[in-house]
Design a protein around this ligand. Structure first.
Ligand code: FAD
Length: 395
């Protein structure tokens, strides 16, 4: 099959690819686009969440294309030593709504689900089915791959959308309930009330190994619900094993994945929050920047995004350092203390932390005071390299 030449081919219709397609279509509707996704739906099986303040007016306008859940009453964290109600309002987007929003907003000819791309280069893409599609610009937004060039640990989780039978009484998102037992990892429950008798419950832990024991996590969620008197029915389930990047050689990492003349973006291109994996604000910002640049010289796009990625890596060094403290300086069952202490800090600082916009003063505040980890091990962790992120991440 030989299709007409596209202006832009985006490979990978996940969060980054989908938002980039949407932003380009809004900024430059005359450019012809193709959003090529291997699966039958865009976005995979995820729920992406963020804080209201993470997005500026342009970002909020971009995500307004999607049906999302919004909670007006702030959010909450729970630790053994303290519980805190924070004022930031929370937002969440289900990938099924992401898929529906993209199908609604993009031109029909741009929607290329069920299209696995076998090869890509500066002049176009080759589909697994054999067809070649020429494009003036190619943007690679395929999934992030484990790499020996990056080091760190893993955030492992399984979440279930549950019906609770009777009203559950949770009125606002609980970002971390770390009062649960800490079996060899920093573990917490994440709660999103989705209705009077519907709730999303996720068991999450920061682990040294990318091992996802789904039956165990299901059992923990069931126990957590039972202890609260909820007689639950599972409506939907998702899971993930995300890298928590604590160091590495970013230039070599990117070079190992780059194709000459192709724009490398998304989590694969380094556009992630290294510690929390809260990626949506970063993906939105990048999609808007790419869309702005796409109205100019398309040949300049790969370098433009590479520069942004390098800048992002440099700006987020602080979070990688905190990650090293979390994984290497703290005993696994005491890792919660790093977050317990962090959540005593002023709220604007916490908000900037999640949006990866910490100021120099924030960084100093986070590190000053009594450290929740032994000082000798903290120094060793700061100087150390960490474990390579090479294990497979597939559950
Ligand atoms: C269950 C889960 C929950 C998460 N929750 C949050 C959250 O609350 N907040 C947050 O900000 N982040 C969250 N994350 C992290 C976030 O999902 C990722 O960081 C984000 O999805 C990365 O976006 P991406 O577009 O770069 O990659 P992905 O979303 O992984 O998308 C890559 C896409 O490329 C497609 N693809 C791959 N190869 C090909 C090919 N050859 N041809 C065509 N298509 C291809 C894949 O099918 C996939 O759809 C979560 C992740 C998971 C797994």
């Amino acid at each position: 099959m030989q299709a007409a030449k596209l202006d832009i081919a985006i490979v990978g219709g996940g969060l980054a690819g989908g938002l980039t397609a949407l932003a380009i279509n809004r900024a430059a509707p005359t450019l012809s686009l193709g959003l090529f996704e291997a699966d039958d739906a865009f976005g995979g099986n995820h729920r992406w969440s963020w804080f209201k303040g993470d997005l500026g007016p342009a970002g909020s306008s971009l995500v307004a294309n999607f049906k999302r859940t919004e909670w007006p009453g702030g959010n909450e964290v729970r630790f053994p030593a303290h519980t805190r109600h924070l004022a930031s309002d929370y937002r969440s987007l289900d990938s099924r709504d992401f898929d529906a929003g993209l199908r609604n907003a993009l031109p029909q000819e741009a929607i290329r689900t069920g299209c696995r791309v076998k090869g890509l280069d500066a002049a176009g893409i080759t589909l697994e089915t054999g067809g070649r599609i020429a494009a003036r610009a190619v943007i690679d937004c395929r999934d992030a791959a484990p790499s020996e060039h990056l080091s760190g640990g893993w955030q492992v989780f399984l979440g279930q959308h549950l019906r609770t039978g009777t009203p559950h009484g949770i009125t606002r998102p609980v970002i971390m309930d770390a009062t649960v037992d800490q079996p060899g990892a920093y573990r917490f429950m994440y709660l999103l009330p989705l209705g009077e008798d519907e709730i999303f419950l996720e068991d999450t832990y920061y682990a040294d190994e990318p091992v996802l024991d789904r039956p165990l996590l299901r059992e923990r969620i069931e126990r957590y619900a039972r202890e609260r008197g909820w007689d639950v029915q599972v409506l939907h389930e998702e899971w993930g094993v995300l890298p928590v990047i604590t160091g590495g050689d970013f230039e070599t990492y990117r070079a190992s994945l780059a194709t000459p003349g192709v724009t490398l973006a998304g989590a694969r291109g380094g556009f992630v929050h290294p510690l929390t994996s809260y990626t949506l604000p970063i993906a939105v910002e990048n999609a808007l920047a790419i869309a702005g640049a796409a109205t100019g010289d398309l040949a300049a796009l790969p370098k433009f995004v590479e520069n942004r990625a390098t800048d992002h890596w440099q700006r987020t060094g602080h979070y990688r350092m905190l990650g090293r403290m979390l994984f290497q300086a703290a005993d696994p069952e005491k890792r919660f203390k790093v977050f317990q202490r962090f959540y005593r800090l002023p709220e604007p600082l916490i908000e900037r932390f999640y949006a990866a916009r910490s100021t120099t003063l924030d960084k100093l505040r986070i590190l000053t005071g009594k450290p929740p980890v032994p000082v000798g091990r903290a120094i060793k962790a700061l100087l150390g390299k960490g474990a390579p992120l090479i294990q497979g991440t597939e559950p």
